[in-house]
Every structure is written in C-alpha cells, then in structure tokens.
Ligand binder design. Structure first.
Ligand SMILES: Cc1cc2nc3c(=O)[nH]c(=O)nc-3n(C[C@H](O)[C@H](O)[C@H](O)COP(=O)(O)OP(=O)(O)OC[C@H]3O[C@@H](n4cnc5c(N)ncnc54)[C@H](O)[C@@H]3O)c2cc1C
Length: 416
C-alpha cells in the first residue's frame, strides 16, 4: 500500500484496522544474487538502490538483531555536507541531495528537516579555516555562508558569546543541513526495498563466509547456510569482528559514542550548532528535547553503552557554549559502536576476495552518508566499478599514501 493522504483518510474511516505490515518477514532462501550483511541504514539503502536502480530483486538483507537497532537508530540525526576535501565533499553533497528527495522516493515520512547547521568559530585562525571550507563546499555545488557575531547574536541569542576563554566570533552555516528522524530512515528504506521484492531477514546473524577456491560464495548464519553470487558487508561498529572471519584486518577500530536527550523544552535552538573550541553538538527534536553529544569514549569497545568521564566532558562542552543547558534535566543517554577509520573517512570498495565487498569506516558521521553510501555501494555491487563520487573511498588508500584526513590529525582514529 502506498502511503498518501487518501490512504490515511480511508484507514481512519475504517478504524485503522487494515494497515498492512510495513515489510514481510520471509524465511531465508537457499541462495540469492546478492546479500547484504547488516540491516542498518547503509545495508537497507544499498538493498533499496540495488533493486530500484539496477533491477536486482533476488537479494536479501541479513540483520542479526532488528531493523534500526544499530547506529541508524542511535545517532543524533544530523545531516550536512560541510566537508573540505575533494574525496569527501562531492560524496556528502550527493547524499544531501538524495536526502532532499528521499521521502518521495521511498514514500515514507522521515521528517527530513533542513533547519541549518552552524559550526562556531572562536578565533581569527578558525574563521580563516571556516572560510576555506565554505569555499570548497561552494566549489562542489554545496551552499555555505559565513555568519559574523552580529548575525549569530540575532539567530542564537542564548550562546555564551563572551566566554572569557573561547569567545564566539561567528560561524560557518550550511542552511541545507539539518536533521532527519533516524529510525524512520531505516523503516522507510526497509519498506521500500521490501516492496521491490528484497527479503529483509531479521534475527539472522552471519557467523562466517563460505569460500570456494578463493571466491566468496555465501555466508553461514544462525539460520543456516545462504549462498550468494555477491556478498556486501555493511555492519558499521561490528566491522572488525565480521571481517576477521574473512581473514581481513582493516584500518578500523570500534569505539563507543554516546548521545543525550533532555526533557522537552519550548522551541529554542533553530538548527544544529557545533562548538568549535571543544567537541559538542546540539539540536532540538520536534518533541522539544535537546539532542546533544560530543567525543567518543576513547577506548576500544563493542559495548553499546558509555561511561561517566565522557558524560562530564560533554556536559562541560554544553555549559561552555550555552550555560542555560545546566538547568535542563537529562532524560536519557545511550551509546553506539562506531567504526572509526584511521583517517576519519569511509570505505566503499571491493576486497581482495572475489565476490566480497566492503562498506564501513563511517566514524560518527555515517548517518548523513546513508543515501549516498547505499547508492554508491549498490553501484559497486551491481557493476563492479566504483560510483564516480566514491572513487577515493578505497581500502588501499593507506598503502598509496592518499589519506582523506579532514582534520589533519594523522592516523589516530580516536581524534577524528
Ligand atoms: C550516539 C551516536 C551519534 C551519532 N550521530 C550522528 C550524526 O548526528 N550524524 C551522522 O551523520 N552520523 C552520526 N552517527 C553515526 C551513524 O549513526 C553511523 O555512522 C551509521 O549509522 C552507521 O551505519 P549503519 O546505519 O549502517 O549502522 P548500523 O545501524 O549499526 O547497522 C549495522 C548493522 O549490522 C548488524 N550486524 C552486525 N554484525 C552482524 C552480523 N554478524 N550479521 C548480521 N548483521 C550484523 C548490526 O546489528 C546493525 O544493525 C552517530 C552514531 C552514534 C552512535
């Protein structure tokens, strides 16, 4: 059933008894043309674009838990394309364009809200860096504006402009940035893929790869062996574990990242604001909760929960830019496992094993990448060639010395 004003009215008149299931719950078939491991945003988007762009419908998404239980349903929902480097900017700008048409493509309300993102700067040097980044964005067809202090005081009067240590001098704004309801993205892609014939198989954990003469021909799961001509991995924080069973050690570490939500408050924050002198970002959900986060916990872990030292660090960041946050009560917090790469940029590539493809290294910025990642990964799986905007997202870039290091921090995943 297509969702529309008419279907809502019809179902309303019938007491909402006839809504069909959003997606089927099929048994796994013995074999597929392609399988995607991981039913997060990236895996589901890949399946959707494989079916919609490449006509591949004999495919399955294998998810060890439930759709939306991973990072796609745990993130702080920020979308943007405010990158500096060529290998990244074109890719993230394509993603932002896809977000702009997503709800119509998948016929699902994902609450895409382009209310703008502002990266604050606190010194002349930071202003120069922001201008440079803004110019790079504009050269790639994205939008960027530099706000001075007066502009900012008008938009965000609650900020602590005169902070003695880090006075706020202005910000780099991307008006088309904003937020999207994260779990609706998983549900929207899942439902749209299912309607095109994709099998979405939940509670199906991949435990190993089936090899035949050096080629990957399928996977072993807790629900039996499933053969496939092409196998795409998109397991985000579980990358290290899953790829180890294919004998691969990747330049990726798993780290915990926490998020926080306050009690509901009246509309206060116009869009997304990020702190330029520490690591803190904040927005306000449609329900009124302040949604915020900061740094990763800083040690390797597969636990989906965080620890107190970073709670304190995030609270300090919040107090530094908007002291009134100290009066809001915290409602909940949680953690997700991030696949932190050594240069902070992702991978969408074939592996050295025929039939096995890899998508990962999204760090804590992979939600905004979901549509472009799905489109580019589907392109790679279907055609065996990289999508034009993802040609730099290769696994051998460390061997070649062509890192995509946005922050210039070097090979330290906890700093990206
Ligand atoms: C607190 C937090 C805040 C964040 N904020 C933002 C943000 O504001 N903006 C942004 O762009 N990004 C953000 N991110 C990052 C973003 O959420 C991730 O980069 C992105 O969601 C990862 O891709 P995914 O959706 O495919 O991952 P996931 O949803 O984690 O999907 C991977 C799936 O693989 C499954 N899986 C693992 N192992 C197996 C197996 N063996 N067999 C089968 N399935 C398996 C998992 O169960 C999981 O469902 C944030 C992340 C967190 C945790």
């Amino acid at each position: 059933m297509r969702y529309s004003i008419w279907s809502i009215l019809r179902q309303g008149l019938k007491g909402n008894q006839d809504w069909p299931q959003a997606w089927r719950d099929p048994e796994p078939k013995p074999s597929y043309d392609a399988i995607i491991i991981g039913g997060g945003g990236h895996g589901l988007a890949t399946a959707y674009y494989l079916a919609s762009e490449h006509g591949m419908t004999n495919i399955a998404v294998l998810e060890k838990g439930w759709i939306g239980g991973g990072n796609v349903g745990r993130n702080t929902t920020i979308i943007r394309s405010n990158y500096l480097l060529p290998g990244n900017e074109a890719f993230y700008e394509l993603s932002l364009k896809l977000w702009e048409g997503l709800e119509q493509s998948v016929n699902y309300n994902a609450m895409v809200s382009q209310r703008g993102i502002i990266n604050l700067f606190h010194s002349d040097a930071q202003r120069d860096a922001a201008v440079r980044r803004g110019n790079s964005m504009i050269l790639h067809g994205a939008d960027a504006d530099i706000l001075n202090e007066d502009d900012l005081r008008r938009i965000c009067p609650f900020l602590n402009f005169d902070n003695a240590r880090f006075p706020i001098k202005g910000g780099l704004m991307q008006k088309r940035g904003g937020s999207v309801r994260h779990d609706a993205v998983a549900w929207g892609y899942a439902r749209a893929a299912d309607r095109l014939g994709v099998d979405i198989i939940q509670n199906c954990e991949v435990t190993g790869f089936v090899m035949n003469g050096g080629t990957c021909v399928g996977v072993d799961t807790n629900r039996g062996r499933i053969l496939s001509k092409k196998t795409g991995v998109a397991v985000a924080g579980s990358t290290g574990k899953v790829m180890a069973s294919a004998g691969m050690r990747l330049p990726i570490e798993s780290h915990v990242l926490q998020a926080f939500v306050s009690e509901g408050l009246k509309p206060l924050i116009p869009g997304v604001i990020t702190y330029g002198a520490g690591h803190f970002y904040i927005s306000q959900s449609d329900k009124g909760g302040l949604v915020f986060g900061g740094d990763i916990d800083g040690y390797n872990s597969y636990a989906q929960r965080g620890n107190l030292p970073v709670v304190e660090d995030v609270a300090e960041g919040g107090m530094a830019i908007m002291p009134m946050i100290g009066r809001a009560r915290l409602l909940r917090s949680w953690g997700g496992i991030m696949d932190m790469s050594m240069d902070g940029s992702p991978f969408i590539d074939k592996t050295h094993i025929d039939g096995l493809y890899f998508n990962g290294g999204w760090c804590y910025g992979g939600f905004k990448a979901t549509p472009a990642s799905g489109l580019c990964y589907a392109h790679l799986l279907a055609t065996d060639a990289p999508h034009p905007v993802a040609t730099e997202l290769r696994l051998d870039r460390f061997k070649r010395g062509h890192l995509i290091d946005e922050k210039g921090q070097g090979s330290q995943p906890n700093l990206h």
